[in-house]
Design a protein around this ligand. Structure first.
Ligand code: ZN
Length: 169
């Protein structure tokens, strides 16, 4: 009994501190087309940080026309979890984030791999690599999350993840 009573005050502080630190979620990006880089803590103390997310939204804008969209924060959480599962604090190389309908249509006319109703147009999809990590393994980790669509593009060496229905290609 004495041991149990004493264990509570001894454990209280470290456990609370650990829980607090776990609530910080950071991601790093480098955009392969613009060269822009960003490392930001988009979630802290139990909430999403709007100014951090605004910077993410800007980096993930349609760089072809400059249009900035509101990205789905669920997508950031997928990236964060992928980083944790990959067990490395690496940078996501962004191939494509938000796409305006005009950009999507133009890309679609050039490539068979672009969907007509792409979730990129809703800010719910991103095409990425994780620096220093196998893209094939990244695809497998993304599929293991079961939180949305995952596409593997071996010739261009990137993985598409989105917050839509769970489906793989
Ligand atoms: Zn995509």
């Amino acid at each position: 009994m004495t041991t149990a009573v004493m264990a509570v005050p001894l454990l209280a502080t470290p456990v609370a501190a650990l829980a607090g630190s776990l609530e910080q979620r950071s991601v790093s990006f480098v955009h392969t087309h613009t060269g822009e880089q960003l490392t930001t803590t988009y979630f802290r103390a139990g909430q999403y940080d709007t100014s951090s997310i605004a910077r993410v939204n800007y980096l993930l804008r349609d760089f072809r026309c400059g249009e900035v969209a509101t990205m789905d924060v669920g997508l950031l959480d997928i990236l964060y979890d992928l980083k944790v599962l990959a067990d490395r604090d690496s940078t996501f190389e962004v191939i494509s984030g938000f796409r305006s309908p005009a950009t999507n249509a133009r890309l679609r006319s050039k490539s068979g791999g672009v969907a007509e109703k792409s979730l990129h147009m809703e800010g719910k999809a991103i095409d990425i690599r994780l620096t220093g990590f196998s893209t094939k393994k990244l695809q497998q980790l993304a599929m293991s999350l079961q939180r949305g669509g995952v596409g593997f593009y071996s010739s261009s060496n990137f993985v598409h993840v989105d917050t839509g229905r769970v489906r793989y290609w």
